[in-house]
Design a binder for this molecule. Sequence first.
Ligand SMILES: [Zn+2]
Ligand SMILES: [Zn+2]
Ligand SMILES: [Zn+2]
Length: 488
Amino acid sequence: MSPREPRPLTVCAHCGQQKQCSRLILGKPVCGTCQLRFARTATTCPGCGGIKVLAFYDDHGRPACATCTGNKPRYACVRCGREDSPFGRRCGPCMLEQRAADLLTDPSGRIHPQLQPVFDTLMAGPRPQTTLYWFNRSTGPGILRAMAQGEIEITHAAFEAMASNKTVNYLRDFLVAVGVLPPFHAELERVTPWLNDILAGLPKDQADVLGRFARWHVLRRLRHQEQAGTATHGAISGARATIVATARFLTWLAAHDTNITTATQADLEQYAVEYRGRAPMVVAFLAWAGRTGLSSGIKLPTPAQQGQPEVTLADQDRWAQIELLLRDDTIRLYVRVAGLFTLLFAQPLARITRMRADQVTVNDDGHVTVTFDTVPIELPKSLALLVLAHLARRGQASYASSPDYWLFPGGIPGRHLVTENIRGQLVQRGIQPSTARMAAMFHLASEMPSAVLADILGRSPSNAGRWAALSAHDWSQYTAQRAASLTE
Ligand SMILES: [Zn+2]
Ligand SMILES: [Zn+2]
Ligand SMILES: [Zn+2]
């Protein structure tokens, strides 16, 4: 029958309405809507044991699948034959595979090599129908298609050029989570537009100087800190404060009929007298201006040279804090683990929050080691138990966020926790992370040779050597396992 000819109306055996019923289910005519609903009810076939749509009677009068009853397999995926996940003429997985491949194909007809992890992640998702729904409803897939076609670059810069909205941000997080884009730092990203606003409010000559200083010195330094994992909230606020102080200083110079090139040492001393509090914040700018030949080399007197590292937390207090974190169940588990990494191994919080789960190893003999840099350090038993409990309890992130990646996953897909989250909770319990870290460093320096210490601390050996010298120990023999005795 041609589809154009109106079919006679029949009573649908399922819904009872007068409809065009072109199919039979279990020998009775049903309408198109009921037939679609029935196609999603695959269950175990008594004949073959497969998960099938049982629309026919077998010789024993039982509902059975098409194959077992000699019928045409009209509920089967035309590509792979499965009947348990219908999505039009194909099954969900086959449809998803085709749609994802279409979406991510580059002009040469293959999946864009950079986007292969996206394809793999989409295919590994638990429910193809959900992903197919996303394909149809979101504008995100359109961006992916344009990236595959080479119309949009696969870079953070491309995302920055787009209007920031939930879809764009989600897609960006997703690409970071699957490793297509390198990690990025949202707070850091916001510094550039903020700087541009400040520059727009300054006269051109001041904006030029401040813009160069900010981009070539302040922001560059932040990027380095980002790579080292130390671009904390504090570091970013400090950078902003430096930029604001410099802008004010340039305005002050202009108000005194001078600028950074013509200013004299006397001008600078006057500024230091008028603005005692602000003056130290332009030291970096003055040093930069001197180095780049922009100024005549005028300088503020530098603050007193830093002396030896100062340890203010007595060892006894440090052990009390370690005890607190080991025993107190009212403190969140991840805060206890992170705090103990600081108190026992002198790890900065910024580095702890960026740890990956695979830095923790459970060995065959049941011992747990953590590799902060390259040397695996065996954890004391009580801490090992906390770490294992934390690993077991870590939130199960959505499939798009590589759930196993971060040791301390944050609330946003693909991101780790922010340091302030942990810092705030430690401070509430009377633990100052930076002081605690100093104390731990001092202790470790007395326990370890400087090379191992340098590895744990991620610092240059000479710096670690300074610590070792300070604690009056220098070790020639050491095994990393020594750390195991710390709290046993
Ligand atoms: Zn019906
Ligand atoms: Zn069957
Ligand atoms: Zn299929």
